[in-house]
Design a binder for this molecule. Structure first.
Ligand code: V47
Length: 376
């Protein structure tokens, strides 16, 4: 029996009542629905609908990973206007790690190493491949999630190889998955304003499409809360959904909250309300995604925990030493303990599930376990 839209119990806003009925009937949301989600005054109604949609995908589970981030250098030939991480030679915050320092980031006790880098003006493609090879040699069981599409595009230029050749070489070296960075906002207007010299969205799509074809699955991000319009956010989601329809290769969608840092593209950071609304809208628009990530580094721990009742089902991980958001003055810690992550998930009333980079389930923390971990 279909519930008449006007009486739908989950929301007060009549537009959301229609959306709830559509979601329940498995009818895909359109652009106007996306705009209604992003502009409704009934935030809690939106959250309830998104949580219901999440429950249908992954039940009460919330995923997390024992991981470590590695950013081998921040020297970068690009000058994206939102980025405080990138540096030019001679800048006070410029750095490049030695191979020894890089290898110290690996461990046999974690389930993912997440590698993102600057586009170093001197390093060759082989140097980046070598990082993967050496990590793989040192830690054969550690899943390596490495290089965004921006780096892959750069590697293809450096080596004069095709995207397929670059990705095949990296896969042979040990890359099993790719992070979703560099997507920013799939809009030519935003690109022209903020990151003109970086590849456009067609190339980003081509790289992820090729990765998926080669068996390297990946994530996709949205950088929100700067100069983009709400219409551009919804268009971004629709383009992401179209690509997922085509390849089915994305694990997770990750809205990244813009950190003002020193780049200050806008006067104020995005609000918690905006973060929750964006997560919930992503869950509802992206009906072909299993996972929506509440990235605690940029949202802050508390908002990320609340987001687990607004459609998110993944908290990312322990990270240990985050740099990109913290060079942009993020207020969150640089890493979290496993105990803290379990607490954030349990405070949201959900069940923590430990995964690896490939979303294989490694451990479900049951009720008895919950009591053991609640002693802080
Ligand atoms: O592409 C740069 C963003 C991204 C800022 O795939 C900024 O699991 C906010 O992609 N404020 C890199 N964001 C990080 C990334 C990521 C993070 C966590 C998990 C995954 C995953 C991917 O960081 C860049 C850019 O969009 N970024 N500067 C800033 N000031």
């Amino acid at each position: 029996m279909t519930i008449p839209a006007r009486n739908h119990p989950l929301a007060r806003d009549p537009r959301l009542q229609e959306i709830a009925a559509k979601v329940e009937a498995g009818v895909r949301l359109d652009f106007d629905d996306g705009m209604a989600c992003l502009t409704t005054r009934d935030l809690f109604g939106l959250g309830r609908i998104a949580d219901r949609a999440k429950m249908r995908k992954t039940g009460n589970s919330v995923f997390y990973v024992l991981n470590r981030q590695l950013n081998p250098t921040n020297l970068c030939v690009l000058s994206c206007k939102f980025c405080d991480f990138a540096a030019k030679k001679g800048d006070e915050h410029a750095y490049e790690m030695s191979m020894e320092q890089i290898l110290e980031h690996g461990s046999d006790d974690i389930d993912e190493i997440h590698i993102v880098s600057g586009l170093h003006p001197k390093w060759k493609f082989e140097d980046y491949v070598d990082i993967v090879r050496r990590l793989k040699d040192a830690y054969p069981h550690l899943p390596i999630k490495a290089w965004t599409a921006v780096e892959i595009d750069w590697f293809a230029k450096l080596s004069k190889k095709s995207v397929e050749e670059v990705l095949t070489t990296l896969k042979e070296a040990g890359v099993v998955a790719m992070p979703g960075g560099g997507a920013e906002v799939f809009s030519d207007r935003v690109r022209n304003e903020l990151y003109k010299s970086k590849m456009g969205h067609e190339r980003w799509f081509e790289i992820h499409r090729t990765a998926h074809r080669l068996g390297i699955r990946s994530n996709v991000t949205l950088l929100y809360g700067h100069i983009e319009t709400l219409e551009e956010r919804v268009n971004h989601l629709i383009q992401v959904r179209d690509l997922q329809d085509e390849t089915g290769g994305f694990y997770s969608f990750i809205p990244l909250e813009y950190q003002l840092g020193t780049t200050k593209l806008v006067d104020r950071p995005p609000s918690a309300d905006d973060g929750l609304r964006t997560i919930a809208t992503s869950r509802l628009m992206l009906d072909n995604f299993d996972h929506i990530k509440a990235y605690w580094v940029m949202l802050g721990e508390e908002t990320a925990s609340v987001a687990l009742n607004f459609g998110a089902d993944d908290l990312d991980g322990t990270i240990v030493e985050e740099k990109i958001a913290h060079f942009a003055l993020a207020e969150s810690p640089v890493g979290l303990t496993q105990r803290r992550i379990l607490k954030l998930i349990r405070e949201a009333g959900k069940v923590p599930v430990r995964r690896n980079a490939l979303y294989d389930v490694l451990e479900t923390h049951d009720e008895n376990d919950a009591r053991a971990h609640s002693v802080s």
